[in-house]
Every structure is written in structure tokens, then in C-alpha cells.
Design a binder for this molecule. Structure first.
Ligand SMILES: NC(=O)c1ccc[n+]([C@@H]2O[C@H](COP(=O)([O-])OP(=O)(O)OC[C@H]3O[C@@H](n4cnc5c(N)ncnc54)[C@H](OP(=O)(O)O)[C@@H]3O)[C@@H](O)[C@H]2O)c1
Length: 470
């Protein structure tokens, strides 16, 4: 590929038109912020947002994306001109990824999009581990199908980037390679997967439930159960990972000559440094455990403290996505397809170290005691590999916590390490290119876990998601 120079990224992005799905979500809004910050002279950003019409889509973008503190540097930079800058660059598209052409009704808009779009970043997903099977199939698998089909009719498409998850590998152990799925491949390998058959099963189950006039609660519960059964049957831990894996199969098998990148981030947490340290959207996955411990609600959770938990700051994920886009653009063709974006290989942190840092943080920040209702605040936190259904947590109705523990159990017992040879090639591509390496840090070794968790991530998590009573 052509060598990077100090302004390769800016040059590549200049005048480009990018479509992003999932921009009201955590990862894609950090991506959008970075793009607008490093290259305000992009041509256009089409942001597909679930909404009844473009006006509502725009409203959502203003409140849920550009109105967030994440954009404070941009707001300071542009001052009063921020709104006009946004109206010039951003088009709010009311759309739903589970529908053909994202369900966009405005034909003139579609024509314009097809003529202009050069990059598609497909980040939209339902990230609920135990989502209803019909919803997860529609969003994660058919969403990927609709997005790649849309890319195929874009006249100037240069890159299609699908955001997947590292945990599509199931409950694997040892070194997990950056290998694509072939269509129909399963984790169990003894079974063969037929996505059309899975869709048929969903339709049949829904028809059956409608025929017996099942109420919404029953339908939700049965469709959730169906997802788990089908995921487990083929070896995946949950409906989320299963439907994301099928999304990968779909884009890989349908891409034809479109430059495709599949990024597989691990567990994404708050920003390391950009646009400023410690920004986070809301409480997901392991952050739930941190917050509940800091609130004094729990002192123990399911998990094996001996394992390495692969955490990755969100800005490192978006930096990797941008550098991968350049490396794959038509002029720079690369044969790599999959990029693991994580830390477990190059800068691992064990769950036992995380539990020590949690305790250190809470003992150093006694003001948190306002949250302590159980009187357990200063107890050391433990991950319990032998968690049983009978564990009691005073601040919860047992069932909710049990459900969450069961969902997180595979992730907190996960014994794999994510190989990242392909991502390492991205690091090598920008190595020594001073300003690029600085502006697009994707080096896990640059994370000082103690400093980051104690002084950046934990305080950020509390600030943005917990709003403690001072
Ligand atoms: N967070 C993690 O730790 C993590 C780790 C690895 C991989 N990933 C992957 O990273 C991507 C982004 O995750 P995230 O954490 O940013 O998730 P998120 O905060 O839940 O955002 C998901 C986004 O997808 C949108 N969406 C969902 N269904 C849609 C539909 N039918 N049509 C259009 N948009 C739809 C949501 O829109 P609404 O606002 O309308 O709901 C939201 O903007 C996902 O593909 C996920 O699988 C995440």
C-alpha cells in the first residue's frame, strides 16, 4: 500500500461522503465526532436514525449526538457556527436497518445517496445479549444484509466497514485468530447453519403465537427463549453473538468486489484520551458491575478472576476503524478482512487486577459512601467462579440480577486471547509517521491500566452515568 504521510487521513477524508448507521449509539457517535474533528471538509455525513420522519431523525441527532458533552470541543471550536456547520455537513436519514434500502421512502434522497456515498460504516445493532430472536435477526443479521446490498448499488463505494464483535468466536479458548466465517459455519462444527431456515423458524413461531392470540409479553419471552435455544444449538453463548456472526457471514459472502472490513472490538469502554479522557455513554456490560459496586449494591459477581478480560477504550476502536479504512481504500488494497480490536494479547489485564483496582478506587473516594445503603462499601470486590443461583444481593430483586449474571457469565469466564496480527499491521503502517501515530493512537500498550481505570474510566463512568449525590 501507499505509505502514510502526516496528513494521509485528512487527505483521504477530504470531500468524502460517508454513511453511518447506529450514530445515536455509543461507538458510532465517537466515530462521527472524530471524523468531523479531523476533517471538517468532508463532503457529507448521512446518518441513518430510527425515526418516523427526517425531522424527528434530525431532532434525535441534535439531542442524542451533537448535544452531548462528547461534542464540546467542536462546539467550542465552531461557536455560533456549529449549527450551520452541522446543517451543511450532516443529513439526518430516517431509516431502519432491518428494512430494504433502510426503509427510506424519499426516492430523490436515495438517488442522491447512491450517487455520493463512498464509505459505509455499519455500526447499528441490538447489543442486548438475550434479545428477541426476531429482533436480533432483523437488526443484526438482516441489517448487515440490507447494508451490504445498499453498498452494492452505491456508484462510488470505496469501503464497507461492518462493526462486529470479537465474541462471535463463542466460548473459544487459547489464541483466537482473525479468521472469517464461511457461510453456514457454526461453533459446534457438528451442526450446519442455514440462515434462511432460521428466518423460517422465526416466522413460523411468530405465526403460531399470533394464531393463539399470545400477548406481547408472552411473545417477547418465547422469542427470547427461541434465540437462546438456536444460539446454543449451534454453539454460540447468546442470541447477540449468534446473530452478529450471521451478519459477518452475510457480508462476507455477498461482498463481491466491494472492499470490506470487519472490525471485531472486544468490550468497549470509555475514552482513553479523545476527544477528552473518560467520556462514556451509558452503563453496559462490565461497567454495570463497576457501577453497582461503587453504589454499594453488590460486592460480588459471577466471574473467574484468573481470566484476562479484554477491555478496549472506545477512541482506540474508532482510530483503528479509520486507519483500516485508509489501508483498504481502493488505491491501497489490503487482503485482510478481519480486525480484532482489543488488548488481551498485547496489554492484558486480569479480572483479579480489575477487582483490586475497583477496591482501591472506592477506598480512595470515600464521598461515594452517600450511595452505600448496604454498609458493604469498603468490602473488597470478588468475582465468584462458583456463583450459584442462591447468592443473595440485598438491593436487588434476585431475579433481575440473576438474569444479568447469567448473561455475563460466558464473558466473565472467557478464556480466549484475541490475536491481532491484522490490527498490528495497521499500527505498523502508521508507525513513525509522527502526527498520524499521535492523532490515531491504536496501540494497546499505551494504556496504563491503573492510571486509566482509576483516574479516567471509573470517574468518567460515575460522572456520565451515575450522577452521584454529593
Ligand atoms: N459496546 C460494546 O462493548 C461493543 C463491543 C463489541 C462490538 N460492539 C458492536 O459495536 C456496534 C455499536 O455498539 P454500541 O455499543 O454503540 O451500541 P448501542 O449504543 O446500543 O448503539 C446501537 C445503535 O444501533 C441503532 N439501531 C438499533 N437497531 C436499529 C435499527 N433497526 N435501525 C437503525 N438503527 C438501529 C441504535 O439506534 P436507536 O438509538 O434507535 O436504538 C443505536 O444507534 C454494534 O454493532 C455492536 O455489535 C459493541
Amino acid at each position: 500500500m501507499a505509505e502514510f504521510t502526516s496528513n494521509s487521513v485528512e487527505e483521504y477524508l477530504k470531500g468524502k461522503t460517508i454513511l453511518v448507521t447506529g450514530a445515536t449509539g455509543f461507538l458510532a457517535k465517537v466515530f462521527v465526532e472524530k471524523i468531523l474533528r479531523v476533517q471538517p471538509n468532508i463532503k457529507r455525513l448521512y446518518l441513518v436514525v430510527r425515526a418516523s420522519n427526517p425531522h424527528v431523525a434530525l431532532q434525535r441527532l441534535h439531542t442524542e449526538v451533537f448535544g452531548k458533552e462528547l461534542f464540546k470541543i467542536q462546539r467550542e471550536k465552531w461557536g455560533e457556527k456549529f449549527s450551520s456547520f452541522l446543517s451543511e455537513k450532516v443529513v439526518a436519514v430516517a431509516g431502519d436497518v432491518s428494512l430494504h434500502n433502510f426503509g427510506i421512502k424519499d426516492q430523490i434522497l436515495i438517488e442522491e445517496m447512491l450517487k455520493e456515498i463512498e464509505i459505509i460504516v455499519h455500526s447499528a445493532a441490538t447489543v442486548r445479549f438475550d434479545e428477541r430472536y426476531d429482533v436480533a435477526m432483523g437488526t443484526n443479521t438482516m441489517g448487515a444484509y440490507n447494508a451490504i446490498n445498499f453498498a452494492k448499488i452505491c456508484l462510488r463505494i470505496d469501503i464497507f466497514l461492518y462493526v462486529s464483535t470479537a465474541y462471535v468466536c463463542g466460548k473459544a479458548k487459547g489464541l483466537i485468530l482473525e479468521e472469517p466465517f464461511r457461510m453456514g459455519q457454526t461453533i459446534k462444527r457438528s451442526s450446519e447453519l442455514d440462515i434462511n431456515l432460521e428466518k423460517q423458524l422465526i416466522e413460523e413461531k411468530l405465526s403460531e403465537l399470533q394464531a393463539r392470540n399470545a400477548n406481547e409479553k408472552t411473545i417477547t419471552s418465547i422469542m427470547k427463549e427461541l434465540g437462546t435455544i438456536r444460539a446454543n444449538l449451534h454453539g454460540w453463548q447468546d442470541t447477540y453473538a449468534f446473530t452478529k456472526a450471521m451478519g459477518e457471514m452475510v457480508v462476507t459472502s455477498m461482498k463481491e468486489n466491494i472492499p470490506l472490513i470487519i472490525t471485531r472490538p472486544t468490550v468497549i469502554i470509555g475514552t482513553l484520551s479523545e476527544p477528552f479522557p473518560g467520556w462514556i455513554e451509558d452503563v453496559k456490560t462490565i461497567d454495570f458491575v463497576f457501577v453497582e459496586y461503587f453504589k454499594g449494591a453488590i460486592t460480588s459477581f459471577v466471574g473467574n478472576s484468573k481470566i484476562t478480560l479484554d477491555l478496549i477504550p472506545v477512541d482506540m476502536v474508532t482510530n483503528s476503524m479509520i486507519i483500516a479504512m485508509l489501508v483498504h481504500s481502493k488505491n491501497n488494497t489490503s487482503n485482510n478482512l478481519i480486525y480484532h480490536i482489543g488488548t488481551s494479547l498485547r496489554n492484558p489485564i486480569k479480572l483479579s487486577e480489575i477487582q483490586d483496582l475497583m477496591h482501591l478506587y472506592i477506598t480512595k473516594n470515600p464521598w461515594l459512601k452517600n450511595y452505600g445503603k448496604s454498609g458493604t462499601l469498603y468490602e473488597k470486590f470478588t468475582f465468584n467462579p462458583n456463583y450459584t443461583e442462591d447468592l443473595e444481593f440485598p438491593q436487588y430483586k434476585g431475579s433481575r440480577l440473576k438474569r444479568i449474571m447469567n448473561m455475563y457469565r460466558p464473558y466473565l469466564h472467557f478464556e480466549g486471547i484475541f490475536d491481532d496480527k491484522n490490527t498490528e499491521k495497521l499500527r505498523m503502517a502508521i508507525k513513525g509517521v509522527g502526527s498520524v501515530e499521535r492523532k490515531f493512537n491504536l496501540d494497546p500498550k499505551s494504556i496504563d491500566w491503573k492510571e486509566y481505570l482509576e483516574n479516567v474510566h471509573f470517574p468518567g463512568l460515575l460522572k456520565y452515568s451515575m450522577q452521584p449525590k454529593m
